[in-house]
Design a protein. Structure first.
Length: 360
């Protein structure tokens, strides 16, 4: 039996339970978790902003050690250190063949069926296909990425979502060039990773925006050269810090219509706004037809960093080894499984960076 944090129904509190994991089947791998990050997407699943089948073990950002492999598994063996990939590409659907694996039509298939059971036999779904809020999990072989040498196993969990998303937003989606200005909205785990990625890209001015003034020091440690408190005058304040023009790039990590609109207004004519945050389907953003033409700005979404994890995780590992990327500084709280609700509360209140569940 394995200890896990279970969501029995949307809107209900998480419960610590024991689940029974089956032996890995053909093409499957069993992993003992070393650590798992608490992401805002987990909170959105728990509250119903994002849909999920229940009962479910949430958690999609994790790293650990392979303990057992099923028939036909060729890429991994017991003892291997791995990072979980919650959106594994099938490489056969239309979007994968276009070279866009982050939009894979089949990446979410793993969460539609049960993977474990409660003591009474009730089936349990794996959150986003990987179920990282548990001591161990069983996932398809393609949902794992080998962890390169030189990266601590616990902090490596962040490579599976926050860092991969933040780095990809800067380097793959926005394609920030050296000397350009970047404004980052929302300083959770992903937003802090965006700040570091912008610094790695050589951005000239990096402005952090958040509702909490307490995050200014944290933002500057991650590469911000300026800080703006989020309010009705945010866009004007960003323009003042960028010579009156607005930023070349705005990267929105909140997922709210009002923040997306402010991010758009904070960029210069011809600027680009990249939306990373996941918002509600009824939270609308509007623009006038005239301003779309006049400002000639670009608005685009970024899914999972527009990344191919198999390619990008080794790149991120090299940045870690070279000291350019600091995973440890992204972690503001190290917690246990039973402290996830408190981590959700901090996240909802806009406090801290990334909470990391560390398993014994």
């Amino acid at each position: 039996m394995v200890r896990a944090a279970l969501l029995t129904a949307v809107g209900s509190p998480l419960e610590l339970v024991e689940i029974e994991l089956p032996a890995p089947g053909p093409g499957q791998v069993r992993v003992k978790l070393a650590a798992a990050g608490v992401c805002h997407s987990d909170l959105s699943l728990a509250t119903g902003v994002l849909r999920t089948a229940t009962p479910v073990v949430l958690g999609h950002e994790g790293a650990g050690t392979v303990t057992e492999v099923g028939e036909g598994v060729l890429s991994f063996r017991p003892g291997d250190s791995v990072v979980l990939n919650w959106a594994p590409a099938c490489w056969s659907c239309h979007l994968c063949t276009l070279g866009e694996p982050w939009l894979c039509e089949n990446s979410g298939a793993g969460s539609t069926s049960t993977y474990a059971a409660l003591a009474d036999g009730t089936g349990v779904h794996p959150g986003l296909g990987v179920a990282a809020f548990a001591e161990e999990t069983v996932v398809p072989e393609r949902a794992l990425i080998p962890l390169p040498d030189g990266v601590p196993l616990d902090a490596a969990a962040l490579l599976g979502c926050a860092v991969l998303t933040g780095y990809g937003a800067v380097h793959h989606s926005a394609r920030v060039r050296a000397g350009e200005s970047v404004v980052v909205f929302g300083l959770g785990g992903v937003g802090l990773a965006v700040l570091q990625a912008a610094r790695i890209a050589g951005a000239g001015r990096i402005i952090a925006v958040d509702v909490s003034a307490e995050k200014e020091e944290l933002a500057r440690r991650h590469g911000a050269t300026g800080f703006v408190l989020s309010d009705d005058g945010t866009a004007k304040a960003v323009r003042q810090l960028t010579g009156g023009h607005g930023a070349d790039h705005a990267i929105e990590c909140v997922g709210r219509g009002a923040t997306i609109r402010t991010a758009w207004s904070s960029t210069r004519r011809g600027g680009r706004t990249t939306v990373v945050g996941i918002g509600r389907k009824d939270d609308l953003v509007s623009f006038s037809a005239l301003e779309v033409f006049h400002f000639a700005r670009t608005l685009s979404a970024c899914v999972y960093g527009n990344s191919d994890p198999a390619v990008d995780v080794p790149v991120l590992a090299e940045h870690v080894r070279a000291g350019r990327l600091d995973l440890e500084s992204l972690i503001t709280d190290r917690i246990t499984l039973d402290e996830i609700p408190a981590a959700f509360e901090r996240m909802a209140a806009g406090k801290g960076g990334r909470s990391l569940i560390v398993f014994p």
